[in-house]
Design a protein around this ligand. Structure first.
Ligand SMILES: [Zn+2]
Length: 569
Protein backbone atom coordinates (compact mmCIF):
# COMPACT_ATOMS: atom_id res chain seq x y z
CA UNK A 1 0.00 0.00 0.00
CA UNK A 2 1.28 3.47 -0.89
CA UNK A 3 -0.03 6.83 0.26
CA UNK A 4 0.35 9.71 -2.20
CA UNK A 5 -0.54 13.39 -2.08
CA UNK A 6 -2.46 14.83 -5.02
CA UNK A 7 -0.59 17.89 -6.36
CA UNK A 8 -3.86 19.51 -7.54
CA UNK A 9 -6.18 19.00 -4.56
CA UNK A 10 -3.48 18.59 -1.89
CA UNK A 11 -5.42 15.58 -0.57
CA UNK A 12 -3.89 12.23 0.27
CA UNK A 13 -4.97 9.07 -1.54
CA UNK A 14 -4.10 5.41 -1.20
CA UNK A 15 -2.86 2.95 -3.80
CA UNK A 16 -3.64 -0.57 -2.60
CA UNK A 17 -1.67 -3.76 -3.33
CA UNK A 18 -4.36 -4.87 -5.82
CA UNK A 19 -4.10 -1.54 -7.58
CA UNK A 20 -0.31 -1.81 -7.78
CA UNK A 21 -0.80 -5.18 -9.51
CA UNK A 22 -3.28 -3.68 -11.99
CA UNK A 23 -0.95 -0.84 -12.96
CA UNK A 24 1.95 -3.26 -13.32
CA UNK A 25 -0.12 -5.59 -15.50
CA UNK A 26 -1.14 -2.88 -17.94
CA UNK A 27 2.37 -1.38 -17.86
CA UNK A 28 1.64 2.11 -16.59
CA UNK A 29 3.14 3.97 -13.62
CA UNK A 30 0.94 4.52 -10.56
CA UNK A 31 -1.24 7.65 -10.86
CA UNK A 32 -0.02 11.00 -9.57
CA UNK A 33 -3.45 12.64 -9.14
CA UNK A 34 -6.18 11.58 -6.72
CA UNK A 35 -9.07 9.53 -8.17
CA UNK A 36 -11.39 12.56 -8.12
CA UNK A 37 -8.91 14.86 -9.85
CA UNK A 38 -8.39 12.16 -12.48
CA UNK A 39 -12.17 12.02 -12.99
CA UNK A 40 -12.34 15.82 -13.25
CA UNK A 41 -9.56 15.81 -15.88
CA UNK A 42 -11.31 13.17 -18.02
CA UNK A 43 -14.71 14.82 -17.69
CA UNK A 44 -13.32 18.19 -18.78
CA UNK A 45 -13.09 16.71 -22.32
CA UNK A 46 -16.82 15.99 -22.78
CA UNK A 47 -19.64 18.52 -23.22
CA UNK A 48 -22.44 19.19 -20.76
CA UNK A 49 -26.00 18.37 -21.82
CA UNK A 50 -26.83 22.09 -21.51
CA UNK A 51 -24.07 23.11 -23.94
CA UNK A 52 -25.51 24.18 -27.28
CA UNK A 53 -24.44 26.82 -29.79
CA UNK A 54 -25.03 27.78 -33.38
CA UNK A 55 -22.12 27.98 -35.76
CA UNK A 56 -21.49 27.50 -39.48
CA UNK A 57 -20.13 24.29 -40.99
CA UNK A 58 -16.53 25.12 -41.93
CA UNK A 59 -16.85 23.01 -45.11
CA UNK A 60 -20.31 23.76 -46.49
CA UNK A 61 -21.31 27.00 -44.75
CA UNK A 62 -24.49 25.33 -43.53
CA UNK A 63 -25.95 26.47 -40.20
CA UNK A 64 -25.21 23.96 -37.45
CA UNK A 65 -26.35 23.38 -33.92
CA UNK A 66 -23.34 22.08 -32.03
CA UNK A 67 -21.69 21.97 -28.60
CA UNK A 68 -18.66 23.93 -29.82
CA UNK A 69 -18.74 27.66 -29.22
CA UNK A 70 -18.80 29.74 -32.41
CA UNK A 71 -15.51 31.43 -31.49
CA UNK A 72 -13.58 28.26 -30.59
CA UNK A 73 -10.74 28.23 -33.15
CA UNK A 74 -11.38 24.77 -34.60
CA UNK A 75 -13.07 23.47 -37.73
CA UNK A 76 -16.53 21.95 -37.20
CA UNK A 77 -18.19 20.01 -40.01
CA UNK A 78 -21.75 19.01 -40.63
CA UNK A 79 -22.01 15.41 -39.42
CA UNK A 80 -22.81 13.98 -42.88
CA UNK A 81 -19.97 15.89 -44.51
CA UNK A 82 -17.51 14.74 -41.82
CA UNK A 83 -18.43 11.11 -42.45
CA UNK A 84 -18.30 11.51 -46.26
CA UNK A 85 -15.27 10.78 -48.45
CA UNK A 86 -14.79 14.54 -48.86
CA UNK A 87 -12.98 14.61 -45.53
CA UNK A 88 -9.91 12.47 -44.82
CA UNK A 89 -8.42 12.80 -41.31
CA UNK A 90 -5.25 11.06 -42.47
CA UNK A 91 -4.10 14.15 -44.40
CA UNK A 92 -3.44 15.69 -40.96
CA UNK A 93 -0.90 12.89 -40.23
CA UNK A 94 2.49 14.07 -39.05
CA UNK A 95 5.96 12.84 -38.05
CA UNK A 96 6.76 12.56 -34.38
CA UNK A 97 9.19 15.24 -33.20
CA UNK A 98 11.31 13.99 -30.29
CA UNK A 99 12.43 17.51 -29.40
CA UNK A 100 8.87 18.37 -28.34
CA UNK A 101 6.58 16.91 -25.72
CA UNK A 102 3.85 14.46 -26.73
CA UNK A 103 1.00 16.55 -25.32
CA UNK A 104 2.22 19.60 -27.27
CA UNK A 105 2.17 17.64 -30.54
CA UNK A 106 -1.07 15.85 -29.74
CA UNK A 107 -2.68 19.21 -28.85
CA UNK A 108 -1.69 20.60 -32.28
CA UNK A 109 -3.29 17.61 -34.00
CA UNK A 110 -6.38 17.64 -31.78
CA UNK A 111 -7.11 21.28 -32.55
CA UNK A 112 -6.29 20.88 -36.29
CA UNK A 113 -8.44 17.88 -37.25
CA UNK A 114 -12.02 18.97 -38.01
CA UNK A 115 -14.69 17.83 -35.57
CA UNK A 116 -18.18 16.70 -36.41
CA UNK A 117 -21.18 18.58 -35.20
CA UNK A 118 -22.64 16.69 -32.25
CA UNK A 119 -25.99 15.22 -33.15
CA UNK A 120 -28.18 12.43 -31.90
CA UNK A 121 -27.43 9.53 -34.29
CA UNK A 122 -30.10 7.65 -36.30
CA UNK A 123 -32.73 10.05 -34.98
CA UNK A 124 -35.74 11.91 -36.26
CA UNK A 125 -36.61 15.53 -35.54
CA UNK A 126 -33.78 15.92 -33.02
CA UNK A 127 -31.89 18.93 -34.38
CA UNK A 128 -31.37 20.21 -30.84
CA UNK A 129 -30.40 16.86 -29.32
CA UNK A 130 -26.63 16.60 -29.48
CA UNK A 131 -25.92 13.42 -27.54
CA UNK A 132 -27.25 9.86 -27.89
CA UNK A 133 -28.89 7.80 -30.62
CA UNK A 134 -32.17 6.49 -31.95
CA UNK A 135 -34.32 9.31 -30.58
CA UNK A 136 -37.46 10.89 -31.98
CA UNK A 137 -38.83 14.39 -31.33
CA UNK A 138 -36.31 15.17 -28.60
CA UNK A 139 -34.85 18.48 -27.46
CA UNK A 140 -31.72 18.89 -25.33
CA UNK A 141 -31.39 15.26 -24.35
CA UNK A 142 -28.68 12.77 -23.64
CA UNK A 143 -29.51 9.08 -24.09
CA UNK A 144 -30.99 6.61 -26.53
CA UNK A 145 -34.29 5.12 -27.70
CA UNK A 146 -36.43 8.01 -26.48
CA UNK A 147 -39.47 9.74 -27.91
CA UNK A 148 -40.93 13.15 -27.05
CA UNK A 149 -38.48 14.05 -24.29
CA UNK A 150 -36.97 17.41 -23.40
CA UNK A 151 -34.24 18.72 -21.09
CA UNK A 152 -33.48 15.20 -19.92
CA UNK A 153 -30.96 12.39 -19.78
CA UNK A 154 -32.89 9.15 -20.20
CA UNK A 155 -33.05 5.90 -22.12
CA UNK A 156 -35.97 3.88 -23.45
CA UNK A 157 -38.44 6.51 -22.25
CA UNK A 158 -41.14 8.76 -23.59
CA UNK A 159 -43.02 11.92 -22.71
CA UNK A 160 -40.45 13.09 -20.19
CA UNK A 161 -39.49 16.65 -19.34
CA UNK A 162 -36.73 17.82 -17.00
CA UNK A 163 -35.40 14.53 -15.63
CA UNK A 164 -31.90 13.24 -14.97
CA UNK A 165 -30.96 9.58 -15.40
CA UNK A 166 -34.33 7.98 -15.93
CA UNK A 167 -34.84 4.60 -17.59
CA UNK A 168 -37.87 2.83 -19.08
CA UNK A 169 -40.30 5.52 -17.95
CA UNK A 170 -43.26 7.40 -19.30
CA UNK A 171 -44.90 10.74 -18.48
CA UNK A 172 -42.43 12.01 -15.89
CA UNK A 173 -41.31 15.42 -14.75
CA UNK A 174 -38.47 16.46 -12.44
CA UNK A 175 -37.33 12.92 -11.58
CA UNK A 176 -33.74 11.94 -10.76
CA UNK A 177 -32.24 8.45 -10.84
CA UNK A 178 -35.47 6.52 -11.37
CA UNK A 179 -36.47 3.39 -13.26
CA UNK A 180 -39.80 2.21 -14.60
CA UNK A 181 -42.08 5.06 -13.62
CA UNK A 182 -45.44 5.90 -15.10
CA UNK A 183 -46.98 9.31 -14.56
CA UNK A 184 -44.66 10.35 -11.72
CA UNK A 185 -43.47 13.86 -10.92
CA UNK A 186 -40.75 15.02 -8.53
CA UNK A 187 -39.32 11.60 -7.63
CA UNK A 188 -35.75 10.84 -6.56
CA UNK A 189 -34.08 7.40 -6.32
CA UNK A 190 -37.36 5.54 -6.89
CA UNK A 191 -38.48 2.68 -9.12
CA UNK A 192 -41.56 0.77 -10.26
CA UNK A 193 -44.03 3.51 -9.23
CA UNK A 194 -47.06 5.05 -10.90
CA UNK A 195 -49.33 8.08 -10.44
CA UNK A 196 -47.20 9.60 -7.68
CA UNK A 197 -45.89 13.04 -6.76
CA UNK A 198 -42.88 13.86 -4.58
CA UNK A 199 -41.22 10.55 -3.75
CA UNK A 200 -37.83 9.82 -2.26
CA UNK A 201 -36.43 6.27 -2.15
CA UNK A 202 -39.80 4.60 -2.83
CA UNK A 203 -40.57 1.52 -4.88
CA UNK A 204 -43.66 -0.35 -6.07
CA UNK A 205 -45.95 2.49 -4.95
CA UNK A 206 -49.05 3.87 -6.63
CA UNK A 207 -51.06 7.00 -5.91
CA UNK A 208 -48.75 8.35 -3.22
CA UNK A 209 -47.98 11.97 -2.42
CA UNK A 210 -44.92 13.29 -0.52
CA UNK A 211 -43.62 9.93 0.70
CA UNK A 212 -40.19 8.68 1.74
CA UNK A 213 -38.82 5.13 1.80
CA UNK A 214 -42.13 3.36 1.14
CA UNK A 215 -42.53 0.00 -0.60
CA UNK A 216 -45.74 -1.52 -1.98
CA UNK A 217 -48.09 1.22 -0.83
CA UNK A 218 -51.12 2.99 -2.26
CA UNK A 219 -52.98 6.14 -1.18
CA UNK A 220 -50.33 7.41 1.23
CA UNK A 221 -49.76 11.07 2.03
CA UNK A 222 -46.61 11.97 3.99
CA UNK A 223 -46.23 8.24 4.73
CA UNK A 224 -49.68 8.00 6.32
CA UNK A 225 -52.18 5.51 4.95
CA UNK A 226 -55.41 7.14 3.77
CA UNK A 227 -58.54 5.84 2.11
CA UNK A 228 -58.87 6.41 -1.63
CA UNK A 229 -61.38 9.25 -1.03
CA UNK A 230 -59.20 10.98 1.58
CA UNK A 231 -56.19 10.68 -0.72
CA UNK A 232 -57.99 12.14 -3.74
CA UNK A 233 -59.22 15.05 -1.65
CA UNK A 234 -55.73 15.94 -0.38
CA UNK A 235 -54.17 15.50 -3.81
CA UNK A 236 -56.70 17.86 -5.36
CA UNK A 237 -56.02 20.47 -2.69
CA UNK A 238 -52.28 20.37 -3.32
CA UNK A 239 -51.88 19.67 -7.01
CA UNK A 240 -53.79 22.32 -8.86
CA UNK A 241 -51.52 23.70 -11.55
CA UNK A 242 -50.70 26.82 -9.55
CA UNK A 243 -47.04 27.88 -9.35
CA UNK A 244 -47.45 29.29 -5.85
CA UNK A 245 -49.01 26.09 -4.57
CA UNK A 246 -46.37 23.93 -6.22
CA UNK A 247 -43.58 25.99 -4.64
CA UNK A 248 -45.26 25.63 -1.22
CA UNK A 249 -45.53 21.87 -1.81
CA UNK A 250 -41.80 21.67 -2.66
CA UNK A 251 -40.92 23.46 0.59
CA UNK A 252 -43.23 21.24 2.63
CA UNK A 253 -41.68 18.10 1.14
CA UNK A 254 -38.15 19.38 1.80
CA UNK A 255 -38.89 19.84 5.49
CA UNK A 256 -40.68 16.47 5.64
CA UNK A 257 -37.59 14.82 4.12
CA UNK A 258 -35.39 16.17 6.89
CA UNK A 259 -37.13 13.91 9.41
CA UNK A 260 -35.65 10.87 7.65
CA UNK A 261 -32.14 9.47 7.53
CA UNK A 262 -30.19 9.19 4.30
CA UNK A 263 -29.53 5.69 2.96
CA UNK A 264 -25.73 5.20 3.06
CA UNK A 265 -25.66 4.48 -0.65
CA UNK A 266 -28.02 3.52 -3.48
CA UNK A 267 -26.32 0.34 -4.67
CA UNK A 268 -28.56 -2.62 -5.40
CA UNK A 269 -27.76 -6.33 -5.70
CA UNK A 270 -24.03 -5.66 -5.24
CA UNK A 271 -21.32 -7.68 -3.56
CA UNK A 272 -18.22 -6.07 -2.15
CA UNK A 273 -18.86 -2.74 -3.85
CA UNK A 274 -17.90 0.68 -2.56
CA UNK A 275 -19.57 3.24 -4.75
CA UNK A 276 -22.99 4.64 -5.41
CA UNK A 277 -25.82 4.06 -7.84
CA UNK A 278 -24.31 0.67 -8.81
CA UNK A 279 -26.51 -2.32 -9.67
CA UNK A 280 -25.75 -6.01 -9.96
CA UNK A 281 -21.96 -5.62 -9.65
CA UNK A 282 -19.17 -7.16 -7.63
CA UNK A 283 -15.72 -6.26 -6.32
CA UNK A 284 -15.81 -2.62 -7.40
CA UNK A 285 -14.15 0.26 -5.59
CA UNK A 286 -15.30 3.88 -5.86
CA UNK A 287 -17.43 3.37 -8.97
CA UNK A 288 -20.44 5.60 -9.62
CA UNK A 289 -23.57 4.94 -11.69
CA UNK A 290 -23.27 1.58 -13.38
CA UNK A 291 -24.43 -1.99 -13.67
CA UNK A 292 -23.11 -5.50 -14.26
CA UNK A 293 -19.46 -4.64 -13.62
CA UNK A 294 -16.67 -6.61 -11.97
CA UNK A 295 -13.24 -5.76 -10.56
CA UNK A 296 -13.44 -2.07 -11.45
CA UNK A 297 -11.92 0.85 -9.59
CA UNK A 298 -12.59 4.60 -9.81
CA UNK A 299 -14.96 4.43 -12.78
CA UNK A 300 -16.47 7.87 -12.15
CA UNK A 301 -19.09 8.30 -13.46
CA UNK A 302 -20.58 5.41 -15.46
CA UNK A 303 -19.41 1.82 -15.19
CA UNK A 304 -21.63 -0.40 -17.32
CA UNK A 305 -20.72 -4.01 -18.05
CA UNK A 306 -17.04 -3.36 -17.47
CA UNK A 307 -14.55 -5.97 -16.33
CA UNK A 308 -11.19 -5.15 -14.81
CA UNK A 309 -11.25 -1.46 -15.76
CA UNK A 310 -9.87 1.45 -13.76
CA UNK A 311 -10.85 5.09 -14.24
CA UNK A 312 -12.91 4.08 -17.23
CA UNK A 313 -16.32 5.38 -18.27
CA UNK A 314 -17.44 3.16 -21.10
CA UNK A 315 -19.74 0.20 -21.64
CA UNK A 316 -18.96 -3.46 -22.29
CA UNK A 317 -15.21 -3.04 -21.92
CA UNK A 318 -12.35 -5.00 -20.47
CA UNK A 319 -8.85 -4.18 -19.24
CA UNK A 320 -9.15 -0.47 -19.95
CA UNK A 321 -7.70 2.47 -18.06
CA UNK A 322 -8.34 6.24 -17.85
CA UNK A 323 -10.77 6.66 -20.72
CA UNK A 324 -14.13 8.23 -21.39
CA UNK A 325 -15.40 6.23 -24.27
CA UNK A 326 -18.34 4.51 -25.84
CA UNK A 327 -18.42 0.72 -25.88
CA UNK A 328 -16.74 -2.59 -26.67
CA UNK A 329 -13.15 -1.71 -25.89
CA UNK A 330 -10.31 -3.97 -24.95
CA UNK A 331 -6.98 -2.87 -23.52
CA UNK A 332 -7.36 0.85 -24.29
CA UNK A 333 -5.75 3.63 -22.27
CA UNK A 334 -6.04 7.41 -22.07
CA UNK A 335 -8.70 7.73 -24.76
CA UNK A 336 -11.69 9.95 -25.28
CA UNK A 337 -14.74 8.94 -27.36
CA UNK A 338 -13.43 5.77 -28.99
CA UNK A 339 -15.40 2.59 -29.67
CA UNK A 340 -15.20 -1.06 -30.71
CA UNK A 341 -11.41 -1.13 -30.67
CA UNK A 342 -8.39 -2.60 -28.92
CA UNK A 343 -4.90 -1.43 -27.98
CA UNK A 344 -5.63 2.28 -28.47
CA UNK A 345 -3.56 4.77 -26.50
CA UNK A 346 -4.03 8.53 -26.33
CA UNK A 347 -6.69 8.55 -29.04
CA UNK A 348 -9.62 10.94 -29.51
CA UNK A 349 -12.83 10.37 -31.45
CA UNK A 350 -12.08 7.06 -33.16
CA UNK A 351 -15.43 6.09 -34.67
CA UNK A 352 -14.46 2.92 -36.56
CA UNK A 353 -13.35 -0.42 -35.22
CA UNK A 354 -9.54 -0.15 -35.01
CA UNK A 355 -6.53 -1.50 -33.18
CA UNK A 356 -3.02 -0.35 -32.27
CA UNK A 357 -3.35 3.39 -32.71
CA UNK A 358 -1.35 5.94 -30.71
CA UNK A 359 -2.14 9.66 -30.45
CA UNK A 360 -4.69 9.63 -33.29
CA UNK A 361 -7.68 11.96 -33.79
CA UNK A 362 -10.92 11.62 -35.77
CA UNK A 363 -10.23 8.27 -37.46
CA UNK A 364 -13.40 7.04 -39.19
CA UNK A 365 -12.32 3.96 -41.16
CA UNK A 366 -11.03 0.68 -39.71
CA UNK A 367 -7.36 1.41 -39.05
CA UNK A 368 -4.22 -0.03 -37.49
CA UNK A 369 -0.63 0.99 -36.68
CA UNK A 370 -0.99 4.75 -36.88
CA UNK A 371 0.72 7.41 -34.79
CA UNK A 372 -0.44 11.06 -34.90
CA UNK A 373 -2.70 10.05 -37.85
CA UNK A 374 0.30 8.79 -39.88
CA UNK A 375 0.38 5.21 -41.16
CA UNK A 376 3.26 2.83 -40.29
CA UNK A 377 4.07 -0.82 -40.92
CA UNK A 378 3.52 -3.02 -37.85
CA UNK A 379 7.23 -3.31 -36.89
CA UNK A 380 7.84 0.40 -37.39
CA UNK A 381 4.77 1.18 -35.28
CA UNK A 382 5.86 -1.02 -32.38
CA UNK A 383 9.42 0.37 -32.36
CA UNK A 384 8.27 4.01 -32.63
CA UNK A 385 5.66 3.51 -29.88
CA UNK A 386 8.42 2.31 -27.52
CA UNK A 387 10.56 5.34 -28.35
CA UNK A 388 7.64 7.75 -27.83
CA UNK A 389 6.81 6.22 -24.47
CA UNK A 390 10.46 6.63 -23.41
CA UNK A 391 10.31 10.28 -24.50
CA UNK A 392 7.00 10.80 -22.67
CA UNK A 393 8.54 9.39 -19.50
CA UNK A 394 11.28 12.04 -19.79
CA UNK A 395 8.66 14.78 -20.22
CA UNK A 396 6.65 13.37 -17.27
CA UNK A 397 3.67 12.60 -19.51
CA UNK A 398 3.42 8.80 -19.74
CA UNK A 399 0.63 7.50 -17.53
CA UNK A 400 -1.26 10.80 -17.45
CA UNK A 401 -4.54 11.55 -19.28
CA UNK A 402 -4.58 14.59 -21.59
CA UNK A 403 -4.25 17.76 -19.49
CA UNK A 404 -7.51 19.71 -19.09
CA UNK A 405 -6.17 22.78 -20.88
CA UNK A 406 -6.11 20.81 -24.16
CA UNK A 407 -9.89 20.32 -24.05
CA UNK A 408 -11.95 21.85 -26.87
CA UNK A 409 -14.52 22.92 -24.28
CA UNK A 410 -14.17 25.76 -21.82
CA UNK A 411 -14.47 24.19 -18.36
CA UNK A 412 -17.90 25.78 -17.83
CA UNK A 413 -19.24 23.95 -20.91
CA UNK A 414 -17.64 20.63 -19.98
CA UNK A 415 -19.07 17.58 -18.25
CA UNK A 416 -16.67 18.24 -15.35
CA UNK A 417 -18.76 21.26 -14.40
CA UNK A 418 -21.59 18.88 -13.49
CA UNK A 419 -19.68 16.91 -10.87
CA UNK A 420 -16.97 19.41 -9.94
CA UNK A 421 -18.55 22.84 -10.44
CA UNK A 422 -16.19 25.80 -10.58
CA UNK A 423 -17.56 29.30 -10.22
CA UNK A 424 -16.36 31.80 -12.83
CA UNK A 425 -14.97 33.96 -10.03
CA UNK A 426 -12.52 31.16 -9.06
CA UNK A 427 -10.94 31.14 -12.53
CA UNK A 428 -7.84 33.24 -13.05
CA UNK A 429 -6.99 34.11 -16.63
CA UNK A 430 -3.38 34.49 -17.61
CA UNK A 431 -3.09 34.53 -21.37
CA UNK A 432 -3.69 37.28 -23.87
CA UNK A 433 -6.38 35.42 -25.76
CA UNK A 434 -8.39 34.59 -22.68
CA UNK A 435 -8.33 30.95 -23.71
CA UNK A 436 -6.51 29.49 -20.75
CA UNK A 437 -7.18 29.85 -17.10
CA UNK A 438 -6.19 28.30 -13.83
CA UNK A 439 -7.83 27.48 -10.56
CA UNK A 440 -6.30 27.02 -7.13
CA UNK A 441 -7.82 23.89 -5.61
CA UNK A 442 -5.52 23.77 -2.60
CA UNK A 443 -2.60 21.69 -3.91
CA UNK A 444 0.95 22.69 -4.77
CA UNK A 445 0.05 22.82 -8.50
CA UNK A 446 -2.73 24.92 -10.01
CA UNK A 447 -5.31 23.28 -12.24
CA UNK A 448 -4.90 24.59 -15.81
CA UNK A 449 -8.16 24.68 -17.73
CA UNK A 450 -9.53 25.79 -21.05
CA UNK A 451 -11.38 29.02 -20.52
CA UNK A 452 -13.33 31.38 -22.67
CA UNK A 453 -14.50 34.72 -21.41
CA UNK A 454 -18.24 35.20 -21.78
CA UNK A 455 -19.32 37.05 -24.90
CA UNK A 456 -20.78 40.43 -24.10
CA UNK A 457 -24.08 39.66 -22.53
CA UNK A 458 -27.27 41.23 -23.69
CA UNK A 459 -29.26 42.31 -20.69
CA UNK A 460 -32.75 41.05 -21.27
CA UNK A 461 -35.82 42.27 -19.60
CA UNK A 462 -38.82 40.10 -19.16
CA UNK A 463 -41.64 41.65 -21.13
CA UNK A 464 -44.26 39.18 -20.12
CA UNK A 465 -46.07 38.21 -16.92
CA UNK A 466 -46.39 34.44 -16.59
CA UNK A 467 -49.79 33.27 -15.37
CA UNK A 468 -49.67 31.56 -11.97
CA UNK A 469 -52.01 28.77 -12.94
CA UNK A 470 -51.41 26.59 -16.02
CA UNK A 471 -55.18 26.24 -16.39
CA UNK A 472 -55.30 29.84 -17.63
CA UNK A 473 -53.48 28.70 -20.78
CA UNK A 474 -55.47 25.52 -21.35
CA UNK A 475 -58.20 26.70 -23.68
CA UNK A 476 -56.80 30.10 -24.59
CA UNK A 477 -54.77 29.88 -27.81
CA UNK A 478 -54.09 33.63 -27.76
CA UNK A 479 -52.48 33.35 -24.32
CA UNK A 480 -50.52 30.30 -25.46
CA UNK A 481 -49.15 32.21 -28.47
CA UNK A 482 -48.17 35.20 -26.32
CA UNK A 483 -46.28 32.93 -23.93
CA UNK A 484 -44.51 31.03 -26.72
CA UNK A 485 -43.29 34.32 -28.20
CA UNK A 486 -42.25 35.83 -24.87
CA UNK A 487 -38.69 36.05 -23.59
CA UNK A 488 -38.61 34.89 -19.98
CA UNK A 489 -35.81 35.70 -17.56
CA UNK A 490 -34.50 32.95 -15.31
CA UNK A 491 -35.02 33.86 -11.66
CA UNK A 492 -31.74 32.17 -10.72
CA UNK A 493 -29.26 32.95 -13.53
CA UNK A 494 -30.77 36.01 -15.19
CA UNK A 495 -30.51 34.17 -18.53
CA UNK A 496 -33.17 34.62 -21.15
CA UNK A 497 -35.15 31.50 -22.03
CA UNK A 498 -38.22 30.52 -23.98
CA UNK A 499 -40.95 27.96 -23.61
CA UNK A 500 -41.18 25.51 -26.53
CA UNK A 501 -44.62 24.57 -27.81
CA UNK A 502 -44.18 20.82 -27.08
CA UNK A 503 -43.13 21.81 -23.58
CA UNK A 504 -46.17 24.03 -23.03
CA UNK A 505 -48.52 21.24 -24.12
CA UNK A 506 -46.80 18.85 -21.71
CA UNK A 507 -47.34 21.33 -18.83
CA UNK A 508 -50.98 21.88 -19.81
CA UNK A 509 -51.64 18.15 -20.10
CA UNK A 510 -50.02 17.43 -16.73
CA UNK A 511 -51.28 20.41 -14.70
CA UNK A 512 -47.77 21.75 -14.22
CA UNK A 513 -47.10 25.49 -13.98
CA UNK A 514 -44.56 27.23 -16.24
CA UNK A 515 -41.04 26.97 -14.71
CA UNK A 516 -39.54 30.28 -13.62
CA UNK A 517 -35.96 29.05 -14.03
CA UNK A 518 -34.19 28.18 -17.27
CA UNK A 519 -32.73 24.73 -18.01
CA UNK A 520 -29.30 26.14 -17.09
CA UNK A 521 -30.48 26.50 -13.49
CA UNK A 522 -32.76 23.44 -13.40
CA UNK A 523 -30.16 20.94 -14.61
CA UNK A 524 -27.39 21.65 -12.02
CA UNK A 525 -29.97 21.40 -9.23
CA UNK A 526 -30.83 17.86 -10.32
CA UNK A 527 -27.18 16.95 -10.97
CA UNK A 528 -26.46 17.88 -7.36
CA UNK A 529 -28.60 14.88 -6.22
CA UNK A 530 -26.63 12.43 -8.29
CA UNK A 531 -23.25 13.61 -9.45
CA UNK A 532 -21.25 13.03 -6.30
CA UNK A 533 -18.21 10.83 -5.82
CA UNK A 534 -16.52 12.18 -2.72
CA UNK A 535 -17.00 9.53 -0.02
CA UNK A 536 -16.65 10.16 3.69
CA UNK A 537 -16.34 7.67 6.54
CA UNK A 538 -19.25 7.70 8.96
CA UNK A 539 -20.97 5.43 11.44
CA UNK A 540 -24.53 4.27 10.84
CA UNK A 541 -26.58 6.40 13.24
CA UNK A 542 -28.72 3.35 14.06
CA UNK A 543 -26.36 0.37 14.49
CA UNK A 544 -22.99 2.18 14.62
CA UNK A 545 -21.57 0.10 11.77
CA UNK A 546 -18.75 1.80 9.84
CA UNK A 547 -20.01 3.08 6.45
CA UNK A 548 -18.82 5.12 3.51
CA UNK A 549 -21.25 7.61 2.06
CA UNK A 550 -21.52 10.63 -0.23
CA UNK A 551 -23.66 12.41 2.40
CA UNK A 552 -21.31 14.70 4.28
CA UNK A 553 -23.79 17.09 5.79
CA UNK A 554 -24.85 16.57 9.41
CA UNK A 555 -28.31 17.90 8.57
CA UNK A 556 -29.76 14.38 8.45
CA UNK A 557 -28.60 11.08 9.93
CA UNK A 558 -27.06 8.48 7.64
CA UNK A 559 -28.14 4.85 8.11
CA UNK A 560 -26.48 1.78 6.67
CA UNK A 561 -28.49 0.10 3.93
CA UNK A 562 -29.54 -2.81 6.20
CA UNK A 563 -30.98 -0.48 8.83
CA UNK A 564 -32.58 1.77 6.21
CA UNK A 565 -34.28 -1.13 4.43
CA UNK A 566 -35.78 -2.38 7.69
CA UNK A 567 -37.46 0.94 8.21
CA UNK A 568 -41.17 0.45 8.34
CA UNK A 569 -42.86 3.79 8.31
ZN1 LIG B 1 -27.00 0.33 10.51
Amino acid sequence: MTIKKCPISGKEFVISEDEHKFYKNIEVPTPTLSPLERARRRMSFGPLITTMYRRKCDATGKDLVTYYRPNTPIKVFDRNYWYSDNFDPKIYGREYDFSRSFFEQFGDLLWAVPKYQGLSIDSENCEYALLGRNNKNCYLVCGSNNENIMYTSASNSHEIVDCLTVYRSQICYECVNCVNLYNVKFAVHSYDCSNCLFLYECNHCQDCLMCVGLHNKQYCFQNKQLTKEEYEQIKNQYYTGSYQKLEAMKKEFQSFLKKFPWRADHNMKCENVLGDFMIDSSDCWMCIQGAKSKNCHYCIPFCNEQINCYDNSAARSENCYESTSRSNLYNCKFCHEVKESSNLEYCYEIVASSHDLFGCVGIKTNSEYMILNKQYAKDEYLALREKIIASMIKFGEWGEFFPSYLSLFPYQDSHAQEMFPIDNSQIKVDDKNNLLGWVDLGGEKKLSIRHQAEDTKTIWEQNYVVEDDIKNYRDDTKKQQELLQATLICQKTGRAYRIQSAELYFYIKNDLPIPRESFYARHPRRADELMKADFVDKKCAKCQKQIKTIYKSEEREVWCNDCYDQLNY
